[in-house]
Design a protein around this ligand. Structure first.
Ligand code: PLP
Length: 372
């Protein structure tokens, strides 16, 4: 049973499943797309994106993080997911190991497997806010490790990797000739401290691969614009692959992306402020439910509460069944933790209005209280 189908049957579903901003794309970005259409910017572009857009990505990354990428080290892709897919296809060979902290974003596992690689998961501890340390990564490295992935802030836990630990992870991987892919999809949605990029460390550009996305930062999920920042040879391999699959990302979206990156950035700060307000509300409400624990997310827009209090009760054996029952009986959609590699959690996206959050959390509270 899925939320969409229930809805089409007229059921009032509260949807905390979607991993995308509920805000509209800012108007200046939409206007840039309209101008692109009016100016007939509707043809093929270079496979890896327009030079204008690559320059805009490099400039934005420099402004935000102090990096120094050149357009030849940049590839525009059809969303951030596509950059990750291309990177894995370009770099991972059958038998290579890829280190992935858990809980992890679902796609990593499948793209690594598709490339013939072996996933090596690094479990993190909920009691410590799902914090990742260099020692935890080091313990999983073997002579077959090709690449390590860090996603900070994390989907699904909202955990942020401590800067000192991140730097140690970089040194560790660099010293062993291992690539480090940093997924910066949520890099602007950080509740404390300054966003930073591991790619800004001296010498990092040789082994660090940045997977970036405009989807969440600028509420542009449907426009499908992401990018990779990597050594020119890696970008070359990714571009070759892309030239025989999708070719360029949509020309109109590329023009909109230039405006997103070069135009006013206040919408990003406004979204972050709203996400913070919602985070505080959601975490407080979850913690009021007897038996539920919730680590405080430090970024992104997901809460990842431990709901083991209902597991093994009333026929609910795992979080997959829990999510199904919650949808069918309480009409709230959440994503089961099994999808992210842990078995006692569900993911709640708080990229939803306060009104929806209030309604949904009332329902979750009632459902868990009745089933625990
Ligand atoms: C951790 C993470 N990385 C990358 C992406 C890619 O987003 P997109 O392909 O929409 O740009 C997502 C989207 O949910 C994500 O959660």
């Amino acid at each position: 049973m899925d939320a969409e189908r229930l809805r089409s049957e007229g059921v009032d579903v509260v949807d905390f499943g979607a991993g995308e901003p509920d805000f509209p794309t800012p108007d200046n970005i939409k206007q840039a797309a309209i101008r692109a259409l009016e100016q007939n910017f509707t043809k093929y572009t270079a496979t890896g994106g327009t030079l204008e857009l690559k320059k805009a990505v490099c400039e934005r990354h420099k402004l935000d993080f102090g990096t120094d990428y050149k357009p030849a080290e940049c590839l525009m892709t059809v969303g951030g997911k596509h950059a990750i897919f291309n990177l894995m296809q370009a770099l991972v060979n059958p038998g290579d190991e890829v280190v992935i902290p858990a809980p992890y974003w679902v796609t990593y596992k499948d793209v690594v497997n598709y490339a013939g690689g072996q996933c090596v998961f690094v479990p993190t501890d909920e009691e410590r806010g799902f914090a990742l340390s260099a020692a935890m990564v080091e313990a999983r490295l073997t002579p077959r490790t090709r690449l390590a992935i860090v996603n900070s802030p994390s989907n699904p836990s909202g955990a942020v990797v401590d800067r000192g630990e991140f730097e140690k992870i970089f040194q560790l991987t660099r010293d062993r000739g291992i690539y480090l892919m940093t997924d910066e999809c949520y890099c602007k949605f950080l509740y404390d401290g300054q966003p930073f990029s591991i790619a800004s460390l001296p010498g990092a550009k040789e082994t660090v691969l940045v997977a970036g996305s405009l989807s969440k930062t600028y509420a542009m999920t449907g426009w499908r614009i992401g990018f990779g920042l990597a050594p020119a040879a890696v970008v070359g391999a990714m571009t070759k692959l892309q030239s025989h699959s999708t070719s360029n990302p949509t020309s109109i979206s590329q023009k909109a992306a230039v405006e997103a990156l070069r135009g006013p950035q206040d919408s990003v700060a406004a979204m972050l402020a709203e996400y913070r307000r919602r985070r505080d509300f959601v975490v407080a409400r979850l913690r009021q439910i007897p038996g539920v624990q919730c680590a405080e997310p430090q970024g992104a827009f997901y809460a990842y509460p431990n709901v083991s209090v209902v597991l093994g009760r009333n026929g609910i054996q795992n979080t997959l069944q829990l999510a199904e029952r919650m949808l069918a009986e309480a009409h709230v959609a959440v994503v089961p933790g099994e999808a992210f590699g842990t078995d006692r959690h569900v993911r709640i996206s708080y990229a939803a209005s306060m009104h929806e959050l209030e309604r949904g959390l009332d329902r979750i509270h009632r459902f868990i209280a009745q089933n625990s």
